[in-house]
Design a binder for this molecule. Sequence first.
Ligand code: SAH
Length: 204
Amino acid sequence: MVAEQLEQRGIRDRRVLDAMRAVERHLFIPLEYSDRAYDDGPLPIGAGQTISQPYMVALMCEVAALTGIEKVLEIGTGSGYQAAVLSRLAAWVYSIECVPELYHRAAAVLARLGVNNCSLRLGDGSEGWPEAAPFDAIVVTAAMPGIPREFLEQLSPAGRLVAPVGELELQSLVHISRKDGGWREEYFGECRFVKMTGKSGFND
Ligand code: SAH
């Protein structure tokens, strides 16, 4: 998985590659799909949600440029896989999930793996986690129609936001950071995430 899906596609950050090698993806996937755990794509994890494609997890981590000292917020814990990868790249990970079944399952897997630098919360993460702010990085793993002001307000001065922003069916991976008193946006290609629900998400 790491050699063919990540290194060959250009993921270069050693720490990201090591973390992706260390975290066993099959532990985060329902048994019925475990033979596909290292496949090059997303997989169902229940409640109509998916664990992201390994490449997308690695790309988001690389784009977030983590060195090990950061406080990171993830929106959309899902299976807990990306939280486990982030926990190896940053000092502390905060992760929010709104589906109780997924929150409880992710909490159990992360505890079993001995991940001890991650705080999980059950609730709407579409407005961030203000009590734990500021964050050095916010990684959004559900599609958003736009960037809520609350996310930007919860970034530290050198903080960066990595998020899939766009339409329900297709988004762009955007990296946002402060520049000259404003915001600088960089784009890292197209992506397809399940939708963000909640106050600042997609409302049907
Ligand atoms: N990062 C996950 C994959 C996330 S899939 C992993 O590694 O497995 C997106 C997740 O975002 C889903 O589990 C979905 O329930 C959750 N989600 C969607 N809207 C949300 C919201 N407003 N607050 C918190 N979680 C949300």
